[in-house]
Design a protein around this ligand. Structure first.
Ligand SMILES: O=c1ccn([C@@H]2O[C@H](COP(=O)(O)OP(=O)(O)O[C@H]3OC[C@@H](O)[C@H](O)[C@H]3O)[C@@H](O)[C@H]2O)c(=O)[nH]1
Length: 343
């Protein structure tokens, strides 16, 4: 390789040119896509969708803390698919063109179980994935969360809202962790010119959620199918907006493919109190089950609903599946896994 001489007489080497193979693959639009957390609930549905495109090669990195190989069983052994047991808090070296960075436990009971590990996953894990993106020139999408708005004082939540977050609360490992992850994304973008995308994901539900995941939709459906009382955490008037997983995946893929960095809210703006959700699940699955009020956990946000104007305008995206259509699809999956027949 040619040597260059600097003003003070030292010789330096110019940087290596990219391998011709990488360029030829790139220009064939043959995308190599890394999905961290790809064995999880949203991750595995995203992998299904990405694998539908025959030009895509998909690599999943997952430590299987909340994800499961079972979610990916149809792809194991496929020539365009690779599964790596890997924890994102350790560096990863792979040649890819796009990174969907989802890895992190998302259910409050799981992310609070080992809070130090959760914040490491968000901070060190995101740094590692940004380092990888920088090294290989990949575009990177972070799945952030509606939890960055904390217990919001503005309703519905627009992306411009800075949030109301308790920095020392039991949820901080997750909500502050994701806030730092967003900061890191923008700092790499501004400092190193990385191509970034940030999705703020609102509550999502659908088949493959862990049955004892602890989140409200999976809890209520499993409880109704087992004939147990539905546990509404006090006061029951707190609200959430629930997005069906296929809509979520469609939003993430549009965001990755588009020109806007985000952050962009991806969620279903239909808003329900937890009491209304319990009544709906009861009516759809088993009107004879009871609803009981149980103790809540600290810092539970009282209301949450996305403003999706940006997603509509910039991504041409809006959710299609309403709650009453999505719940039965999830019920079907839970019936199969729990072995409960329809009466
Ligand atoms: O059995 C239950 C479980 C939960 N709940 C209530 O349901 C509401 C939703 O709780 P979940 O645990 O499902 O989820 P949260 O909205 O608290 O957090 C979620 O926010 C968005 C995503 O980033 C994450 O998936 C998750 O952190 C809370 O008000 C909670 O108190 C019940 O009433 N009963």
């Amino acid at each position: 390789m040619a040597k260059e001489t600097t003003a003070n007489g030292e010789t330096t080497k110019p940087p290596p040119t990219p391998s011709p193979l990488r360029n030829s693959k790139f220009f064939q639009a043959n995308l190599r896509i890394l999905v961290t957390g790809g064995a999880g609930f949203i991750g595995s549905h995203l992998v299904d969708k990405l694998m539908e495109n025959e030009k895509n090669e998909v690599i999943v990195a997952d430590n299987f803390f909340t994800g499961s190989k079972d979610n990916l069983r149809k792809w194991i052994g496929h020539p365009r698919f690779e599964l790596i047991r890997h924890d994102v808090t350790e560096p990863l070296l792979v040649e890819v063109d796009q990174i969907y960075h989802l890895a992190c436990p998302a259910s409050p009971i799981f992310y609070k179980y080992n809070p130090v590990k959760t914040i490491k996953t968000n901070v060190i894990g995101t740094l590692n994935m940004l380092g990888l993106a920088k090294r290989v020139g990949a575009r990177i999408l972070l799945t952030s969360t509606s939890e960055v708005y904390g217990d919001p004082l503005e309703h519905p939540q627009k992306e411009e809202y800075w949030g109301n977050v308790n920095p020392i609360g039991v949820r901080s490992c997750y909500d502050e962790g994701k806030r730092v992850a967003e900061t890191l994304m923008f700092d790499y973008h501004r400092q190193h010119g990385l191509e970034i995308r940030i999705a703020r994901i609102f509550n999502t539900y659908g088949p493959r959620m862990n049955i004892d995941d602890g989140r409200v939709v999976s809890n209520f459906i499993a409880q109704a199918l087992r004939g147990e009382s539905l546990t509404v955490q006090a006061p029951g008037t707190q609200t959430r907006s629930f997005c069906y997983v296929s809509d979520m995946v469609d939003g993430l893929i549009r965001l990755m493919g588009g020109d806007n960095t985000g952050p962009i809210n991806i969620g279903n703006p239909g808003e329900f109190t937890m009491m209304e959700l319990a009544e709906t699940v009861k009516e759809l699955i088993d009107p004879s089950v009871e609803v009981k009020i149980v103790e809540n956990t600290p810092d539970d946000p009282r209301q949450r609903k996305p403003d999706i104007t940006k997603a509509k305008q910039l991504l041409g995206w809006e959710p299609k599946v309403i709650l009453r259509e999505g719940l039965p699809l999830m019920e079907e999956d839970f019936r199969l896994r729990l072995g409960v027949q329809k009466k």
